[in-house]
Ligand binder design. Sequence first.
Ligand code: TEU
Length: 551
Amino acid sequence: MKDFKNSVVYQIYPKSFYDSNGDGFGDLNGVTKKLDYLKELGVDYIWLTPFYVSPQNDNGYDVADYRNIDPAYGSMNDFEELVQAAKERNIEIMLDMVFNHTSSEHEWFQKALAGDKKYKDYYIFKESKDGEEPTNWISKFGGSAWEKIEGSGEYYLHLFDKTQPDLNWENVQVQKEIFDIVNFWIDKGVKGFRLDVINLISKPDQLENDENGDGRRFYTDGPRIHDYLKKLNKETFGKTEDIITVGEMSSTSIEHCIQYSNPEQKELSMVFNFHHLKIDYKDGEKWSVMDFDFMALKNILDSWQKGMQEGNGWNALFWCNHDQPRIVSRIGNDQEYHKESAKMLATAMHLLRGTPYIYQGEEIGMPNPKFDQIEQYRDVESLNYYEILKSEGVSESDIIKILQSKSRDNSRTPMQWDDSNHAGFTTGTPWIPTGKDFIEINVESALSDQNSVFYHYKKLVQLRKQYDIIAEGDYESLIMDHKNIFAYARNLGNQKLIVINNFYANETIFNLPDNIDITDYKRSILISNYDDSSMDLNEIHLRPYESICYL
Ligand code: TEU
C-alpha cells in the first residue's frame, strides 16, 4: 500500500495529453501508451481530469453521466485497461469527481426542467424576487450565478457556467446518488479521488444578497460542509485504508483545511488551496496583469506550512494545474533562465511539507503559449471574460495581454512530445493550438539531456522515497525578510534539511541565520540546479535562480 505522504501525483488533462486515434483530441488509450514515460518519472498516482460523458462546455467539468465514458475519450474497456496497465507499473489512478454541480444535460436536470418534483429537489431552484435574480451572487465564470427558466418566474443556481447547475446536497437522495457513484468507481480499482470545488457544496438555508461581495462568503466552507465530507468518507472511500483523497478548496481558510485533512476528522487525506497563486492579481482582480508579489508568496506559503503543521493537516503542494498559467512563465523566467528557474521552482515546492503534484508538461518546463488572437482561445471562462472586459471598454490588445497572462488555456495546449508536427500530440488537427516553442521544449529532447528539467523532477521524486525527512520532517522558516530568497528548513530527529532558492535573475547572498547551528551534522548537497554549488552554508553567493538543498 502506498503512503500518500511520500507519494507524488501526476495530473493528466487527457484532452491535451496524447491523441491515439488522430481526431485531434487526447484520449484514454493515449494515456496508456505513455505510461512508461510516467514510470520513468517515478510518480505514484495519475490524477485524470474528467472524461465522463459531457457536452464539454467546461471540458468535462460539466458531467452528463458519471458512470460512462465520453466516446471522445474512449470506452470503459479502455479505462479498465488503463487501470490495469498502470498497476503493472506500480501507478494508481486518481479520478476527478465533480459533485458541486452536474451538466445541464444530465438526466436529473432534464427531468427537473420537465417539472419532475423529485429531481427539482436535486438542484437549487428559487422564485424570482420582484422580477430580479433571487440574490446578487456572481458566477465564478462571470455574470449572475442565477439562470432564469424560460417562461417561468424561477431561476436555478450555478456557481460556474450556466450549463453547470449546482446540486442540492441538503437532499439525502442526492447524497446517496453521489455515494453510489464513488463506490462504482472504487469497484473498478480506482485508488484516489480529487474532489472538485468540494468546499462549495454546502449552501446556507436562507440565500441572501451579499452587500459587499460576490456571495462566496455564504457558501465557501459552508454550514454543513464537514458533516457532508464525514458522511462521504464513511459511505465510500473511508471503508478501505488504501484510497487517497484530495479536496479542491476554493477561497478557503487554514482552519477549515486543518479540519478537512486532519486524519482524526475522517474527512480527506489532503487539500489544495490557491492563496499562493493569487499573488499576481492587481487589487485582488484575476483579470489583470501584474508582476508576482514575492513577499506575499513567501508569507502565504510560510503561514500555510506552519498552520497546517500545527493542526496536523496535510497540504497538496503544487504550482500548476489545468486552471493555472504555467509557472515557469508566471514566476520563473521562460527565456534566458528557462531551465534554472523551472528547476528552482520544482525544488522550492517539492521539499515543503505536503504531497507534490506535477501537472503534465511542468516536468519539461512547458511555458505559456502566448496566444495573440482570441480565436486561439477555447476556455469558457476566458471567452466570457473577453466579452465582459470588452463591454467595460478595455482595448482588444489589453484584453489579449490579460489572457496571455491569466487564461486557463495557458496550461491546456497539447503536451509537447517531440519536434514533429503538433509536437507529436496528434496526427490530426489539435483541438487547441500547440505552443510555439515545442521544437526546443519537448519530452524527447528532455529525455536525451541528463541536465534537463525532467531529470531534476525525477530526482526530486526519488529523494522523497530515499529520505524520510522530506515527507515527515517539520517545517521551519528561514530569513523571511530576504527580498530575493525563499529558504526554509525541515527537521526530523537530529537531521536538518536546508532549502535555499533564489527567485530572481540577479545574484544575491544567503547568510545562515545565527540561531542555526550546523556544526554537528554531516553536510551534503541533495539537489541543486547548478553543478558546482557552494558548500559554505555560512555565506553563499547565489547565481540566477540558483536553488540548493543541503542535508
Ligand atoms: O475549478 C474551480 C475553481 O474555482 C478555479 O480554479 C477556477 O478555474 C477559477 O475560479 C477560475 O478563475 C474547478 C476545476 O478545476 C475547473 O477546471 C472547473 O472549471 C471548475 O472547478 C468547475 O467545475
